[in-house]
Design a protein around this ligand. Structure first.
Ligand code: HEC
Ligand code: HEC
Length: 342
C-alpha cells in the first residue's frame, strides 16, 4: 500500500511537470508568433521601420497573340503587329512601303508591341476612341491618333486612312483592346503617374546619370546604335536627326519621365523600377535639352488654358517663362491653373 501511494505521488508529480512544461511551451510559441506577425512589439521597437511594400496594381493583361487565327482578318492583325514592332522596315528611311519617317519603330515607345503595363500600351485605345482631345480641340479617330505619332514621333508624313498599313495597324490596336468595355480604361494602360518634382529638374545631374545608365545602349550623345549607317536601329536614338521631334508627346518632360521611370534602363518595370522618380526627371531634362528635329503644328492647343503645364512652348495663358514650363518647378504653375479654373 505504501509503495502504491509512493508510486501514485510520483506519477502526480510527473504529470504536473509535464502539464507545466506543456503550457510553458504554448506560451513561448504564442509569444514567438506574436512577435513575428507584429514586429513592432517590445524589443524590436528600436529597429528601422519596415519599408511599406509598393501598392500592387492589378494590371490588365493583353490577349494572347498566338490566339489570332490564320483567317484573312487574323492576317491583317498579324501584319498590324509587324508594322508596330518593325515599323522602320516598312515605313522609314529604309522602308519597303514609305520612306517618309525617321527610322524609329512604334514599339520603341509602345513597348512589347503596345502591351506592356505602363509601357505606353494600347490597352485603352479601342475602348476610348473616337475621343475629344484638347491638343487638336477636336474629336479624333484612332487613324488620326496613329498619324499624329507618325508625323510627330516618327517625323514622317501621315499615311492614308484607307491604306493597307493603316487598316492593319488599327485592326491590331483594336484587337489588343478587345476585352475592355467601351468607355472603360485598362488598368496599367498608357504611362504610370509620378509626382511632380518639388524643384526644377537638373540637367547637369541628369547628364551624369545619363552617362552612367543610358549611354551604353543609346550612345554618348543619344545618337542610338545600328550595325552600319545603312541599317535599322538596334538601340533607338534619343537625339539627332532620327529621333522624335519637338512636337511629339515624349518631348513633354512629364511624359518622358513617366516613360523612363517605369521602363528604362531597358528591363525596368513599373513595379520594379531602376530609376527613382527624381533621377527620371533629371535625366529627362538633360535628354530633352539635346538637339532634335523641330516641328510645329499650327492649330495645336486652340484653347490656351487647356495646354498641359509642361507643354514646352508658348504662348501660355500665364506669365511663367518657357524654361519653367520645360523643366519646372511645376507646382506654382499647377497652383495658378487650379485658381484660374476654379
Ligand atoms: C518617340 C516615341 C513614340 C513613337 C515612336 C510612337 N509613339 Fe505613339 N505615343 C507616344 C506617346 C508618348 C504617346 C502618349 C502621348 C500623350 O499622352 O500625350 C503616344 C500615344 C499613342 C496613341 C494613343 C494612345 C492612347 O492611349 O490614347 C496611339 C494609338 C499611338 N501612340 C500609336 C502609335 C503608332 C501606331 C506608332 C508608330 C507608327 C507610334 N505611336 C509611335 C510616343 C510614341
Ligand atoms: C540595355 C540597353 C538600354 C539601356 C541601358 C537603356 N535603354 Fe532606353 N531603350 C532600349 C531599347 C532596346 C529601346 C527600344 C525598346 C523596343 O523597341 O522594344 C529603348 C527605348 C528608349 C526610349 C524610347 C525610344 C526613343 O529612342 O526615344 C527612350 C526615351 C529611352 N529608351 C530612354 C532611356 C534612358 C533615359 C535610359 C537611361 C536611364 C535608357 N533608355 C537606358 C535600350 C536601353
Amino acid at each position: 500500500m505504501m509503495r502504491e501511494t509512493k508510486g501514485f505521488k510520483e506519477l502526480v508529480r510527473l504529470t504536473r511537470a509535464v502539464v507545466f512544461l506543456f503550457f510553458l511551451s504554448l506560451v513561448l510559441i504564442l509569444a514567438t508568433y506574436l512577435l513575428h506577425v507584429n514586429p513592432s512589439l517590445p524589443e524590436s521597437s528600436h529597429e528601422e521601420p519596415e519599408v511599406k511594400a509598393k501598392e500592387v496594381i492589378p494590371v490588365w493583361k493583353a490577349p494572347d497573340f498566338s490566339s489570332v487565327p490564320g483567317t484573312r482578318e487574323g492576317k491583317v492583325i498579324q501584319y498590324g503587329r509587324e508594322l508596330i514592332t518593325h515599323t522602320s522596315s516598312f515605313i522609314g528611311p529604309l522602308g519597303s512601303v514609305s520612306l517618309k519617317a525617321n527610322g524609329m519603330n512604334c514599339q520603341n515607345c509602345h513597348l512589347e508591341a503596345g502591351t506592356k503595363p505602363f509601357g505606353n500600351n494600347f490597352g485603352s485605345v479601342a475602348s476610348t476612341y473616337p475621343k475629344f482631345r484638347t491638343r487638336s480641340g477636336k474629336e479624333e479617330s484612332i487613324e488620326k491618333r496613329v498619324n499624329d505619332c507618325i508625323q510627330r514621333s516618327l517625323n514622317g508624313d501621315a499615311i492614308d486612312s484607307l491604306s493597307k498599313e493603316m487598316r492593319a495597324i488599327v485592326a491590331y490596336i483594336k484587337w489588343v483592346g478587345k476585352d475592355i468595355k467601351k468607355g472603360e480604361l485598362a488598368e496599367g494602360s498608357g504611362l504610370l503617374k509620378i509626382k511632380w518634382l518639388n524643384r526644377a529638374a537638373n540637367k547637369k545631374a541628369g547628364r551624369k546619370l545619363y552617362l552612367q545608365k543610358c549611354q551604353v545602349c543609346h550612345g554618348n550623345s543619344g545618337e542610338g546604335q545600328r550595325l552600319t549607317s545603312n541599317s535599322n536601329y538596334i538601340y533607338p536614338p534619343l537625339s539627332g536627326d532620327h529621333t522624335f521631334t519637338t512636337a511629339a508627346g515624349l518631348y513633354r518632360i512629364s511624359n518622358f519621365s513617366k516613360y523612363i521611370h517605369a521602363n528604362m534602363p531597358h528591363g525596368a518595370t513599373y513595379d520594379n523600377p531602376i530609376l527613382s522618380e527624381e533621377e527620371a526627371w533629371d535625366i529627362a531634362a538633360y535628354v530633352l535639352s539635346l538637339p532634335r528635329p523641330v516641328k510645329e503644328f499650327q492649330g495645336d492647343w486652340p484653347i490656351l488654358k487647356t495646354k498641359p503645364i509642361d507643354h514646352p512652348f508658348g504662348p501660355f495663358a500665364d506669365n511663367f517663362t518657357e524654361e519653367q514650363h520645360k523643366i519646372g518647378p511645376f507646382e506654382p504653375i499647377e497652383k495658378f491653373y487650379k485658381e484660374l479654373n476654379k
